[in-house]
Design a protein around this ligand. Structure first.
Ligand SMILES: NC(=O)c1ccc[n+]([C@@H]2O[C@H](COP(=O)([O-])OP(=O)(O)OC[C@H]3O[C@@H](n4cnc5c(N)ncnc54)[C@H](O)[C@@H]3O)[C@@H](O)[C@H]2O)c1
Ligand SMILES: [Zn+2]
Length: 343
C-alpha cells in the first residue's frame, strides 16, 4: 500500500510493502550503522539496482547523533565526489534517518534522500515529515533542518530482528497517534495484537496516514504538528531526569502519555474509563506507565529546560477523550503539581 504526503513545495510516496527492486541512475551513498548492516545490508543490496553505490557506516547510538558525525558523512560524500543530483539513502532507525536527512540538506545546499527505516519507531513516525537534525550539549534535536525525503520505503520484515523493548517503544508512538487523532484506530488497537505480523502493516499504515495528514496541514510546526508531542512534554523530563539511561524514548513517552492523561482527567476533558483504557493498551506491550517522582518542584522546573520552553511558557498537549486533542499553554502550575502529587 502507498500513502502519499502532499506539501506546499513537494509530495512523495510512502510505500509500505516488502521492498521491491529500486533502480537509481545516479550516484548513491547508503548511510547505516554496523548493527543494521550486519543484519540487513545484504538484503537491501539485493534489492538495489544502482551502479554507482557506496556505503558509509557510522557508530550505533544516540550519543553519536552529533555535528561531528555529520562532518564524517559529508567527508565520505566529498570523497565519493557526489554531485548535486546524487542521492543519500538512510538505512536504519530514527538516529540514522535524522542524520542522513540533515546531511542531505547540507551537501551542496541540499540533495535528495530516501528513507528506508528499520525500527518500528522510525517506520511509524521519524521517517515521515522531513524533520532532520542532531543533538548538542544544550539538548536533543536543537540543530537541524526541515528537509523532506524523496520517498520512504517501509518493509516491516526488518522488524523481526528488533529487540522487544525497541518494538514496544515504537508502539508507544502508535498509541500517541491513535489517542490524539483517531478513535477508530484506537479501538482497533485494543482488539488486535501488533506482535502478529499481519497486523503490524495495518498499524504502520494508519500511523503513517495520520502523521502525513498532520504534517500536510502544518509542515513547519506552527500549530497542529506540535500535537505529535503528546506525552513528550512529560517524557522529555523523565528522559532527562534519568539521564537517558533508564528508559528508551518511547518508554518515557508511554509514561508521559499517562501523565498527560491524568491532567486531562483532572481538567475534566477525559473520563477515568478512557484513561484506564490507554494505560491497559500500553501495558499490554510492557510499556512503563508509572514513575517515581523524587522531587515534584524539581520535576516541574525541568519543563523549562526543554527546548519548547525557549518560549518560557509550557505547552501541554492534552487528549480530549480518545481521538481528539488540544494544545494549550493555559494549564495552571497548581493543576500540574496536584496531578504530579497524585501520580
Ligand atoms: N524526525 C522525526 O520526526 C523524529 C520523530 C521521532 C523520533 N526521532 C528521532 O529518532 C531517534 C530514535 O529512533 P529509533 O527509536 O529508531 O532509535 P535508533 O535509531 O537508535 O535505533 C534503535 C536501535 O535499534 C537498532 N536497530 C535498528 N534497526 C534494527 C533492526 N531491524 N533490527 C535490530 N536492531 C535494529 C539500532 O542500531 C539501534 O541500536 C531519536 O534520535 C529521535 O530524536 C525523529
Ligand atoms: Zn517521540
Amino acid at each position: 500500500m502507498t500513502v502519499q504526503i502532499n506539501l506546499p513545495n513537494t509530495s512523495y510516496d510512502i510505500i509500505i510493502d516488502k521492498l521491491s527492486q529500486i533502480t537509481i541512475d545516479k550516484k548513491v551513498v547508503i548511510v547505516t550503522n554496523p548493527t543494521i548492516a550486519d543484519l540487513h545490508l545484504d538484503y537491501l543490496l539485493s534489492k538495489l539496482d544502482i551502479e554507482n553505490l557506496s556505503v558509509v557506516k557510522i557508530p550505533d547510538g544516540e550519543q553519536y547523533k552529533t555535528l561531528s558525525t555529520i562532518e564524517n558523512i559529508l567527508e565520505h560524500c566529498f570523497e565519493q565526489k557526489l554531485n548535486r543530483s546524487s542521492v543519500l539513502i538512510a538505512f536504519g532507525g530514527g538516529v540514522i534517518g535524522d542524520m542522513t536527512g540533515f546531511t542531505a540538506s547540507l551537501y551542496q545546499r541540499g540533495i535528495e534522500f530516501i528513507q528506508i527505516p528499520t525500527t518500528l519507531l522510525s517506520q511509524v513516525d521519524a521517517s515521515v515529515g522531513g524533520k532532520t537534525g542532531v543533538n548538542n550539549k544544550f539538548g536533543k534535536n536543537l540543530i537541524g533542518a526541515f528537509h523532506q525525503p524523496k520517498a520512504v520505503y517501509i518493509d516491516s520484515s526488518f522488524l523481526t530482528t528488533l529487540p522487544k523493548r525497541e518494538f514496544s517503544a515504537g508502539v508507544a508512538e502508535i498509541v500517541k497517534m491513535a489517542v490524539c487523532f483517531n478513535k477508530e484506530f484506537f479501538e482497533w488497537l485494543e482488539k488486535n495484537d501488533l506482535r502478529d505480523g499481519k497486523n503490524i502493516d495495518i498499524a504502520i499504515q494508519k500511523s503513517v496516514e495520520t502523521k502525513a495528514w498532520v504534517v500536510s496541514q502544518d509542515e513547519k510546526e506552527k500549530g497542529l504538528r506540535a500535537a505529535l508531542n503528546y506525552g513528550h512534554t512529560f517524557g522529555h523530563v523523565i528522559e532527562n531526569e534519568t539521564k537517558y539511561e533508564k528508559y528508551l524514548h518511547g518508554e518515557a513517552v508511554g509514561i508521559g502519555i499517562c501523565m498527560a492523561n491524568a491532567l486531562s482527567v483532572k481538567l475534566g476533558i477525559m473520563s477515568e474509563d478512557e484513561q484506564k483504557r490507554v494505560k491497559i493498551l500500553l501495558e499490554q506491550y510492557d510499556i512503563p506507565t508509572t514513575y517515581n517522582i523524587e522531587d515534584i518542584e524539581d520535576f516541574y522546573e525541568h519543563f523549562f529546560l526543554d527546548k519548547k520552553a525557549l518560549d518560557s511558557k509550557i505547552k501541554f498537549i492534552l487528549a480530549i477523550g480518545i481521538g481528539d486533542c488540544k494544545i494549550t499553554d493555559k494549564v495552571s502550575k497548581n493543576d500540574v503539581i496536584a496531578m504530579l502529587e497524585e501520580f
